[in-house]
Design a protein around this ligand. Structure first.
Ligand code: ZN
Length: 240
């Protein structure tokens, strides 16, 4: 789905990944589940692109519902895969922090579970080799993506700001559709390791001024980053 001249989305409101398209090539943000591979190829085709145009994949974090086709792109097409150093072991299938809620996140609802089955989510292919990020860097990839540390959902969660697309990709730093209740609008993502920290981390995104706020789960939000954060903070505040 085309969201803008250099911005595309694959997947749906259950699980989404994104492409930044520039004359220099394509940067992929997140890799969903393995079965999204076919959606990726179809979207590239509508863009007049091929897999050979993909210069890099940036993972917002290391959870298995975000790493789907990343290893395939790396192994078969030599595409570098970027992930924060604190989530590198998660992405490689290594031990997770004791408080990681990975198992609960994965297959949280029947709908998510059924979609995961269809998209090959139960055949997780972990990464063998990643480029580790730390936050604060601008990558030499199409769209000059800027990495912003966003600890909370996981220790190594990041957001990616792409000025060319006027978009910030937030992974599971927030969601726009609650996977359990179906409630829409920006709100805290469930199954977060450190919920309070996750909400507090969002402040670092205000300076991007991005119009598009694009989560791993939920519909694209085009109401601006400030309004998105305000909605999350409101939803996170204790009732009364
Ligand atoms: Zn997720």
């Amino acid at each position: 789905m085309k969201l803008g001249p250099s911005l595309h989305r694959i997947g749906n409101h259950i699980i989404a990944a994104y492409l930044i398209d520039t004359p220099e090539g394509v940067t992929v943000i997140d890799a969903g589940l393995a079965g999204l591979w076919h959606d990726l190829l179809a979207e590239l085709d509508t863009m007049g692109r091929t897999v050979a145009d993909i210069k890099g994949v940036i993972l917002t974090h290391g959870d298995s519902d975000h790493i789907g086709f990343a290893e395939r792109l790396h192994r078969d097409h030599g595409v570098p895969v970027y992930v924060h150093s604190a989530d590198a072991s998660r992405a490689k299938g290594g031990p997770k922090p004791a408080n990681a809620k990975q198992t609960m996140r994965f297959g949280a609802t029947l709908g998510f579970f059924a979609y995961s089955l269809r998209k090959g989510g139960l055949r997780t292919t972990y990464l063998t080799d990643v480029v580790e990020l730390h936050g604060g860097e601008t990558l030499d990839l199409p769209g000059q993506p800027e990495i912003i540390a966003l600890p909370g959902h996981s220790e190594g969660s990041i957001a990616i700001f792409a000025p060319v697309a006027d978009a910030v990709f937030v992974g599971d730093g927030l969601t726009t559709r609650h996977v359990l209740t179906g409630t829409k609008g920006p709100q805290p993502a469930p199954f977060t390791d450190e919920p309070e920290q996750a909400v507090a981390s969002l402040k670092a995104l205000i300076s991007t001024g991005a119009t598009w706020v694009l989560p791993g789960h939920g519909d694209p939000w085009s109401g601006g980053i400030e309004a998105a954060i305000a909605a999350v903070e409101k939803a996170a505040a204790p009732a009364g």
